[in-house]
Ligand binder design. Structure first.
Ligand SMILES: Nc1nc2c(c(=O)[nH]1)N[C@H]1C(S)=C(S)[C@@H](COP(=O)(O)O)O[C@H]1N2
Ligand SMILES: [Mo]
Length: 436
């Protein structure tokens, strides 16, 4: 380092350990670091700093032996073998392909979910489909029935968009009477966000030619569940995509290879995977998946059907349940916010049990119907407290408290839960899930 002084005042004592020795790094260059004892008196004592400094000075083995050979497809660091989706199989071995895997939100940062950690929801397993054999058919109230091979579909002009998919059952554990002690991802990880690329559905519907009575469509998957949902044509003609790529690579079998329906912002279930058929209809078909399931029971025993956009929501991913703050001092509070109705306008964070709220910084880009990363610097004073975030979207909608959400629905309803997630921190720094 040169003698030029750095014209930036540090905002706080460094969280790093201090080094007061000469560092033999690059042979052609001598590096000498000396810093004031800014950390003296904090939890990182002189003894610990001294030990770490000795380690930092050693030439690591990785510099004296060649690294491992090149590989054809990248993998996470070997020691991150616990960086995995959490798996829930409600029927166990009776139906091993039915259930969910949940994105470990607390381990990730930014707005994009890597493909291998995108949450999954399958009603009857992941079909093994060969692209060369797959066909997508458009029929019903159209001028001509069309059957697309994947080869044909891949020749159309493409569109890309970054958006989230959220299962309407996300956060269902938080509808339970007692707060479950599970990680942020196990509680709220049925949401993921990726860049999707494919063909605009509007383009293909225009080629098929819509009859005047056409007003809905039925989308059906080629899996053993034959999952099918009715979609208003207005949405199909607006921003629906037949997705072929996910974060730049062909979509994964888990996400619907070779082609899925993408309805930005709408409940996960309608984003039909392994898409084989779009039947243009006059009204909704009232399939099993939109009558016996994916409806919301209200307090009076009646049920709401067709709740399409996912409501405004946010969750603090760090710190979150299961983590421990090692000592009082600086922490960055960070999380994700999203709305199926539009953009995230604002995320407020409370670090004092909801008494006062501060606007968090929204990390660019803030995109319509995508996860938005928020951050807020925070000094923990070592006292027990509660952290929570409250998101606002571009329509003016605000995330409700759990009690308000609960009062709208019958006790059995677990879908479309978007209430504020509260993390309690005790005096030893342990983080747990609590209700207000
Ligand atoms: N064909 C088919 N499509 C499907 C499903 C399914 O089981 N079969 N699950 C749905 C549900 S309930 C959700 S939440 C989303 C999940 O998408 P993902 O697994 O890519 O995250 O896919 C939807 N599309
Ligand atoms: Mo879902």
């Amino acid at each position: 380092m040169s003698n030029k002084s750095v014209p930036v005042k540090p905002v706080r004592a460094p969280l790093a350990e201090l080094i007061e020795q000469e560092i033999p790094s690059a042979p052609q260059r001598r590096v000498f670091l000396k810093q004031s004892a800014a950390l003296a008196g904090t939890a990182v004592g002189a003894g610990m700093a001294g030990q770490a400094a000795a380690g930092a000075l050693e030439i690591p083995a990785s510099m004296t032996t060649p690294g491992r050979p090149l590989g054809a497809y990248g993998q996470p660091a070997a020691e991150l073998d616990k960086l995995q989706r959490g798996i829930l199989k409600p029927y166990g071995d009776l139906a091993p392909g039915a259930g969910v895997t949940m994105t470990p939100l607390e381990e990730l940062d930014g707005m994009i979910t890597p493909n291998g950690l995108h949450f999954e929801r399958h009603h009857n397993g992941i079909p093994d489909i060969k692209a060369a054999e797959h066909r997508l058919v458009i029929h019903g109230l159209v001028e001509r029935n069309l059957s697309f091979s994947m080869e044909a579909l891949l020749r159309y002009p493409r569109v890309s968009r970054i958006c989230f998919i959220e299962c309407s059952g996300n956060s269902f554990f938080n509808t339970f009477a007692e707060p479950m002690q599970m990680s942020c991802g196990m509680l709220n990880g049925l949401v993921s966000c990726t860049e999707w690329t494919g063909v605009s559905l509007r383009l293909l519907l225009e080629e098929a030619g819509l009859k005047p009575e056409a007003n809905w469509l039925l989308a059906e998957g080629a899996d053993a569940a034959g999952m099918s949902r009715s979609v208003p044509l207005a949405k199909a003609l607006d921003d629906a995509i037949l997705a072929l790529f996910q974060n730049g690579e062909p979509i994964r079998p888990e996400q619907g290879y070779p082609v899925r329906l993408l309805l930005p912002g709408w409940e996960g279930n309608m984003n039909v995977k392994w898409l084989r058929r779009l039947k243009i209809t006059q009204g909704p078909t009232h399939t099993r998946d939109e009558t016996s399931k994916y409806t919301d029971m209200l307090t009076d025993g009646s049920a709401e059907q067709f709740t399409f956009p996912m409501a405004v929501k946010s969750v603090i991913t760090r710190p979150s349940q299961g983590q421990t703050l090692s000592a009082p001092g600086f922490y960055e509070i960070s999380g994700i916010a999203w709305s199926g109705e539009g953009k995230i306008d604002r995320v407020e964070v409370s670090t004092d049990n909801g008494a006062t709220w501060t606007d968090a910084t929204l990390v660019e880009p803030v995109l319509d119907k995508a996860l938005t990363r928020f951050r807020l610097p925070w000094e923990w004073d070592g006292q027990a407290t509660q952290l929570m975030s409250r998101a606002h979207d571009s329509t003016g909608a605000v995330q409700p408290l759990r009690a308000a959400w609960k009062s709208r629905y019958h006790a059995v309803n677990i879908h479309h839960y978007n209430a504020i997630q509260i993390w309690a921190i005790n005096a030893t720094g342990e983080v747990s899930n609590v209700y207000a």
